[in-house]
Design a protein around this ligand. Structure first.
Ligand code: C2O
Ligand code: CU
Ligand code: CU
Length: 431
């Protein structure tokens, strides 16, 4: 019932019967074993988004494992090297399976507990519902595929239409934000509060206040913030998403208990988190690679820069291509025999430039690695931020670096599900 207690029921697809799926809590450096049984009527896989794991456990059908057939199961076993906020979702028929609700949070706990009063998670999902509360039809329409993707009309927090979030004056909250939407980019502002970003995509960064107090959270991204609750007892403060011009809305409201403050002074312990054991890129000896994002609708309904490629009869339609990377459109979810765009020798540093030639936003996601974000449009990116999903604005150029320490064939794709399906995807190999 996404439209309120009296609204119609919306059929969804679930992990273990809930939306989102169960929150999985693992320990850093401790082996995990997760059995996935496929009760759907179609193939699936599970991808452990952001976890640096063995290629065979990465959940890409055809590329890293055979798809899990209906009625069968697959055992995922891995040891998460990094503590932080991650998530899991299918990598088969992704647009439909993720869009119908298959997603869950995966939290890897730090070896030592972090000093906060509460640890909260908001898993955000965006749904396109019809007036009768049913999932709107038309997954993969040409319009969505070649424009901004399937943006919905209802945003939920942890599977429910947001109600007030009760807080106490003076408490320190670690809030883990995860955007599991198909396409909706969010820019969250916490009225009356000053959130401090302590991790992006699960990886701790130098603690900092975001520019303009806005947290930009694109599909698949996670941001951990520390919030010192400095509001007044009994008061209410809005959390606003104003990413899209003219479409700002109140996501939820922080409702303060009437009790007086937990503490007289805010904590002065630094909110920073211990860094994860990421290999340090050696920029002096880096292998340079560039990927160029092409395609999408321009003015007048024309597709830009995607021509003469595979399956172009009706661009963006029925699995056709609307986008390309370096002139090549790989569509779908991943499959066997995808030729790698580039190959890296194991242990090399890759200096990767991503250039967005399109008129659209793209959260570009790398499997198996976290990338140190070096520069955006030539300006250095501060805070030593490592990300597995980097948002490119139209015409942006991003430079990042990572050490290719993990052998296998790895995906690199836009996490707007429609874009991925319609060709904004590639593969690279580490030998
Ligand atoms: Cu979270 Cu290939 O994706
Ligand atoms: Cu991933
Ligand atoms: Cu995209």
């Amino acid at each position: 019932m996404f439209t309120g207690a009296s609204g119609p029921l919306t059929p969804v697809w679930t992990y273990d019967g809930t939306v989102p799926g169960p929150m999985l809590r693992l320990r850093q450096g401790q082996p995990a074993r997760i059995v996935v049984e496929n009760g759907l009527n179609e193939d699936t896989t599970v991808h452990w988004h952001g976890i640096r794991l063995q290629n065979a456990m990465d959940g890409v059908p055809g590329l890293t494992q055979p798809p899990i057939k209906p009625g069968t199961d697959f055992v995922y076993e891995f040891t998460p090297p990094d503590a932080g906020t991650f998530w899991y979702h299918p990598h088969a028929n992704s647009l439909v399976q993720l869009g119908r609700g298959l997603a869950g949070a995966l939290i890897v706990e730090e070896a030592e507990p972090v000093a906060v009063d509460r640890d909260l998670l908001w898993l955000l999902q965006d749904w396109r519902l019809a007036a009768d509360g049913q999932m709107a039809p038309g997954f993969g329409s040409t319009m969505d595929a070649a424009m901004s993707g399937r943006i919905g009309n209802i945003v939920t927090i942890n599977g429910t239409v947001p109600i007030d979030q009760s807080v106490m004056a003076g408490e320190r909250i670690r809030l883990r934000l995860a955007n599991a939407s198909l396409a909706r980019i969010m820019a969250l502002r916490f009225e009356g509060h000053r959130p401090v970003v302590v991790a992006v995509d699960g990886q701790p960064c130098d603690p900092h206040e975001p520019e303009g107090g806005r947290l930009i959270l694109a599909p698949a991204m996670r941001i951990d913030i520390v919030l010192d609750m400095q509001g007044d007892p009994g008061k209410r403060y809005a959390v606003i998403d104003d990413f899209y011009d003219g479409l700002a809305y109140t996501l939820t409201t922080l409702a303060y208990d009437t009790a007086s403050s937990l503490r007289a002074h805010p904590l002065d312990v630094s909110p920073g988190l211990p860094r994860n054991p990421l290999p340090e890129p050696d920029l002096a000896k880096a292998e340079r690679q560039e990927i160029v994002l092409q395609g999408g609708m321009m003015g007048g309904g024309k597709l830009a820069g995607v021509g003469g490629m595979m399956g172009m009869a009706t661009p963006g339609m029925n699995g056709g291509a609307a986008w390309a990377i370096n002139g090549m459109s790989m569509t779908g979810d991943g499959h066997a025999g995808m030729a790698p765009q580039f190959t890296l020798p194991r242990g090399a540093t890759c200096h990767l430039t991503m250039r967005n030639e399109t008129a659209w936003w793209h959260p570009m996601h790398i499997h198996g690695f976290s990338m140190l974000v070096l520069a955006r449009n030539g300006s250095p990116v501060p805070h030593r931020q490592w990300q597995d999903t980097v948002l490119l604005a139209p015409k942006d150029t991003i430079e990042c670096a990572f050490v290719a320490d993990n052998p296998g064939d790895w995906m690199l794709h836009c996490h707007v599900a429609d874009h991925q399906m319609a060709g904004l995807m590639t593969v690279f190999r580490v030998t």
